[in-house]
Design a protein around this ligand. Structure first.
Ligand code: NAP
Length: 254
C-alpha cells in the first residue's frame, strides 16, 4: 500500500514530481490554483481551485484521507504555503515543501535587490528606462505608478485589464526561456532594465544570464522570509523524503 499524497502545484517542479510518482505505488493528486487559462497537461489526477483557506485545506486533507501534503507551489505564492503549514499542524498530517533555492549573485550581475514588487517600482528611479517586466501579471498594475518608463510586459496569460501606461507592449510566453533567445529579445527591444522575481531554478534564469552578458540592470524582488514547513530543494530530495515518510507504513504492510 502506498501513500495518498496531495501536491500543491503550479510549478515545473510539481509537475516533474507528479510525473516521477505517476507510475509508482502512491496515489497522487495535484492541486492547481486555476490562475492559468490553459494549464499544461499533468501526469496525475488534478483538482483545480482554492480550498477555502487553511481550514478548507485541513478539511480536504482529513476528509479525503491524505497521508502526506507537499507544498510545491511557486516560491512567491506565500499565502498557500502559509495555509499548508497551518493545515498540517492542525491535522497532524505530515507536510514538507519542495522549494527551489534562490539564484545567487555572480560576478558581473548588476542586481538591485528589493523586498517587494512595490519597492521595485521605486528602484527604477525617476529617469525614463526601457523595462522588461517579468514578474507575472498579478502585480503588474503597481507599475502604473511609474508611467515615465517604456515597458515590455511578459506573462503566461494576458494582463487584464491592460495597464494604464502610455508606452507598454505585451508578450505572451511560457518558459523555459534560453539565454540566447533572451539576449535577442533584450537587444531587439533595447531593454536597459529587467524587473524579475528571484524565483530560482533554470527555466527563467536565461534573462538573468543574458542581462549579465549585456550589462543590463536587474531589479530583483527577493522572497519573503520562509514559511514554517521543512523544505527540500530538488525533486530527487522530495522523492527521498516521500520514501522516508512511507517507510513505517511499508514495514506495517510486510
Ligand atoms: P497565493 O497568493 O499564495 O494563494 C492565493 C490563494 O490561491 C490561496 O489562498 C489558495 O486559495 C489558492 N491557491 C494557491 N495555490 C493553490 C494551489 N496550488 N491549489 C489550490 N489552491 C491554490 O498564490 P499566488 O501567488 O496567487 O499563486 C497561485 C498559483 O500560481 C500557485 O499555485 C503558484 O504555484 C502559481 N504560481 C505563482 C507565481 C507567483 O509569482 N506568485 C508564479 C508562478 C506560478 P484558498 O485559500 O481558497 O485555498
Amino acid at each position: 500500500m502506498g501513500l495518498h499524497i496531495l501536491i500543491l502545484g503550479g510549478t515545473t517542479e510539481a509537475r516533474t514530481l507528479a510525473g516521477a510518482l505517476a507510475e509508482g505505488r502512491h496515489a497522487v493528486v495535484l492541486s492547481l490554483a486555476g490562475r492559468t487559462r490553459a494549464p499544461m497537461a499533468q501526469p496525475v489526477p488534478t483538482r483545480i481551485g482554492g480550498f477555502g483557506g487553511a481550514e478548507g485545506l485541513a478539511r480536504t486533507l482529513r476528509d479525503e484521507g491524505f497521508d502526506l501534503l507537499i507544498d510545491a507551489t511557486h516560491p512567491f505564492a506565500a499565502r498557500i504555503s502559509e495555509n499548508a503549514a497551518i493545515a498540517s499542524r492542525a491535522t497532524g498530517i505530515p507536510a514538507f515543501a519542495l522549494r527551489r533555492p534562490p539564484w545567487e549573485r555572480r560576478p558581473g550581475d548588476l542586481w538591485t535587490c528589493v523586498d517587494s514588487v512595490k519597492t521595485a517600482v521605486a528602484a527604477l528611479g525617476t529617469a525614463p528606462r526601457r523595462v522588461l517586466l517579468a514578474i507575472g501579471r498579478q502585480e503588474a498594475a503597481v507599475f502604473e505608478a511609474a508611467p515615465q518608463h517604456t515597458y515590455l510586459v511578459r506573462s503566461v496569460d494576458p494582463v487584464d485589464p491592460p495597464l494604464m501606461l502610455p508606452d507598454v507592449r505585451y508578450i505572451l510566453a511560457t518558459g523555459p526561456f534560453g539565454e540566447a533567445d533572451e539576449q535577442a529579445l533584450l537587444i531587439e527591444h533595447r531593454i536597459d532594465s529587467i524587473v524579475a522575481k528571484n524565483s530560482g531554478g533554470s527555466a527563467t534564469y536565461g534573462k538573468i544570464a543574458a542581462a549579465r552578458a549585456l550589462g543590463i540592470a536587474v531589479i530583483l524582488v527577493e522572497r519573503a522570509a520562509g514559511h514554517a514547513l521543512p523544505a527540500v530543494g530538488t525533486v530527487e530530495e522530495a522523492l527521498a523524503r516521500i520514501d522516508h515518510v512511507s517507510a513505517p507504513e511499508r514495514k506495517r504492510g510486510v
